[in-house]
Design a protein around this ligand. Structure first.
Ligand code: 13P
Ligand code: SF4
Length: 319
């Protein structure tokens, strides 16, 4: 514990010395989330991370999350220096949607408006008309559907399927999934609900349909935390990465949080309920990038210039 405190003190000092700001996602180590908050940075969902990074005056942003979050920050602010604790922290959705295959998919359906989830590479975003995050995907697709647009959606099939069902939009879905949320099980959740009949069921929409169907609240990480804050419930069953429990416990001390069931448990299944790539962010590598300035995100400017269009559309829509 002493060593962690010493690391945190050194990180605080370096953030100040380097005029850098820490932007963290709710799934990373709790110490990193606390540091971001204490030092004037932000801890939030992917939409807020993008917005905060773009508007903050600091010229160096340290993004604790996964690669697409650092890339989005760089695309929005090419003049800023974006560092990440580990550049290999990727995402199964990004990995499952290669630029070549995605381009071929778009080429085969030129009549469709291309909407991609934030969890994609810069090159995939460069081909898209719209980028969305989980907190705003539903509203944007609803808007496009009302304008009579047919949609090509990539890469998360569960989020896409959920939005399609809610909006009735004509959506052609790429078949990607998040390896963490894909593990949540509908039948086991039904059994768990019987044990905790008063619990509120909180579900991230990257989860399978059988799990989403049982939700009391469906939303992005920030939206699920807001639900905990505003609810009178005493117990919550949480179907998303368990890194979020750090903030939920802070938001509602004394309340009970129960992990939604997965096929394995955390001892036997590494990716169950905690993202292995989010877990690559730690105090040690955060300190190292601040000391050395290593692990900088670079985006080909030509790709960045194209990719920024679909992100700006989302931010303007959200404004
Ligand atoms: P949020 O935008 O809800 O924070 O989700 C990001 C993510 O990667 C979820 O797995
Ligand atoms: Fe990607 Fe899933 Fe990890 Fe989120 S939790 S970064 S969607 S693999």
């Amino acid at each position: 514990a002493d060593e962690r405190q010493a690391l945190k003190a050194r990180i605080r000092q370096l953030l100040k010395e380097k005029n850098a700001v820490l932007v963290a996602h709710y799934y990373v180590d709790g110490d990193l989330q606390d540091l971001a908050e204490e030092t004037g940075g932000c801890v939030s969902d992917s939409l807020e991370m993008a917005r905060f990074g773009r508007s903050h005056e600091a010229q160096t942003l340290v993004v604790a999350g996964v690669r697409f979050m650092g890339e989005t920050a760089k695309i929005l602010s090419p003049e800023k220096r974006i560092l990440m604790p580990d550049l290999d922290a990727t995402c199964s959705l990004d990995l499952g949607c290669s630029t070549d295959e995605f381009t071929a998919f778009c080429d085969a359906h030129p009549d469709r408006t291309v909407v991609v989830y934030a969890n994609t590479s810069a090159a995939v975003k460069a081909r898209a008309d719209w980028m969305v995050t989980s907190s705003i995907g539903l509203d944007i697709v609803k808007h496009l559907h009302e304008q009579g647009k047919k949609i090509l959606w990539a890469p998360d099939k569960h989020l896409g399927g959920y939005i399609q069902k809610q909006t009735g939009a004509d959506m052609l879905l790429w078949q990607g999934s998040c390896l963490v949320h894909d593990e949540f099980k509908g039948v086991e959740l039904e059994l768990l609900r019987k044990e905790y009949p008063k619990a509120l069921i909180l579900v991230h929409p990257e989860s399978p349909e059988a799990v989403v169907a049982q939700a009391d609240v469906i939303g992005s990480t920030s939206q699920l935390i807001a639900a905990v804050q505003s609810s009178d419930a005493k117990e919550f069953i949480v179907a998303t990465d368990n890194g979020i429990l750090h903030k939920m416990r802070m938001a509602a001390p004394g309340k009970i949080f129960i992990d939604a069931p997965t096929a394995g448990n955390s001892a036997t299944c590494k990716s169950c309920a905690h993202c292995p790539w989010m877990a690559m962010n730690g105090l040690q590598n955060l300190l190292q990038v601040l000391e050395t300035g290593s692990n900088e995100i670079h985006i080909d400017p030509a790709i960045g210039k194209k990719a920024v269009v679909c992100i700006d559309r989302m931010l303007d829509f959200a404004a």
